[in-house]
Design a binder for this molecule. Structure first.
Ligand code: NAD
Length: 248
């Protein structure tokens, strides 16, 4: 059954005009990054209030050690896995036109993907909350700690979206624009629970497009939205799917 469905999905990818991809935390699990919630989730071991905007603003000295440990010492050292690499390959061959990720780990870009919206921002950069200077995370020396702006000494905030913060308007509009013209979306490793990102596959479906889903277990999308559910690990399924699309 899986083989048949992979062939069907490959056929849709070969004939679609504007295929987009929507990824969630599941695609990075095989890079060693656990999801936030559920079994083995990061929030079982850490208090998520460190990424609430109000708490972070009032308590930088409590929040920053946790942020540094999770997002820079740990997530920042992860490498792309074969799933990220397969998607970059399909972009290069012209089969994928745009990728929208909910992830902040920047692993799609490390794998070579260029056409991307990072819906929830990135760990790669930070900005000064006073003068708005943008700083590369790789330039941080962590002294003083919490880190401050190199120019004005103002407090820094990572460029990923905190709880209580808006999604940047440009990112929302670009993502929605691609979802509105897409005739195929491949949803990978997302429960479909985090709004407003979770509504994007529904926009494609509403406009007559097809939905391929890859996940190790059914999600909010599987029953109501997915036209083809490929059950399995993202790396394994995407390598097989890519081979089928490229006849390798
Ligand atoms: P989620 O954590 O709610 O769900 C993860 C999904 O991935 C589940 O449906 C699970 O069944 C599936 N999954 C787990 N392992 C998989 C694998 N090997 N192959 C395929 N699927 C697999 O994820 P979400 O829907 O993205 O929502 C969580 C929010 O937290 C998002 O905003 C997400 O970006 C963010 N987050 C990001 C990272 C990261 O940047 N790597 C990590 C954790 C959470």
């Amino acid at each position: 059954m899986l083989d048949k469905n992979i062939q069907l999905a490959a056929q849709w990818i070969k004939t679609a005009q504007h295929t987009i991809v929507f990824t969630g935390a599941g695609i990075s699990v095989e890079s060693g990054i656990p999801p936030f919630r559920g079994e083995g989730g990061l929030w079982n071991n850490y208090n998520p209030q460190c990424v609430e905007l109000g708490y972070f603003t009032r308590n930088p000295k409590t929040s920053w050690p946790i942020l540094k440990e999770i997002f820079y010492d740990f997530m920042g050292k992860a490498h792309p896995n074969p799933a990220h690499i397969a998607l970059a390959k399909l972009e290069k061959t012209g089969h994928i036109k745009w990728l929208i990720t909910q992830n902040i780990d920047a692993l799609h870009q490390s794998a070579g993907t260029k056409n991307i919206s990072e819906y929830h921002g990135t760990i790669d950069t930070l900005h000064c909350r006073l003068c708005l200077k943008q700083i590369q995370a790789t330039d941080l020396k962590w002294k003083p700690f919490p880190p401050v702006c190199f120019d004005c000494g103002g407090p820094l905030k990572p460029d990923f979206v905190f709880f209580g913060e808006m999604i940047p308007v440009k990112t929302m509009e670009t993502s929605l624009g691609h979802a509105q013209i897409a005739d195929l979306i491949i949803v990978i490793g997302s429960t479909g629970e985090v709004m407003p990102a979770a509504m994007l596959p529904g926009v494609v479906k509403h406009n007559g497009g097809r939905v391929i889903e890859i996940n190790i277990e059914p999600s909010n999308y599987t029953e109501n939205l997915s036209d083809c559910f490929l059950k399995g690990k993202a790396s394994e399924i995407l390598q097989r799917l890519t081979n089928a699309v490229l006849n390798e």
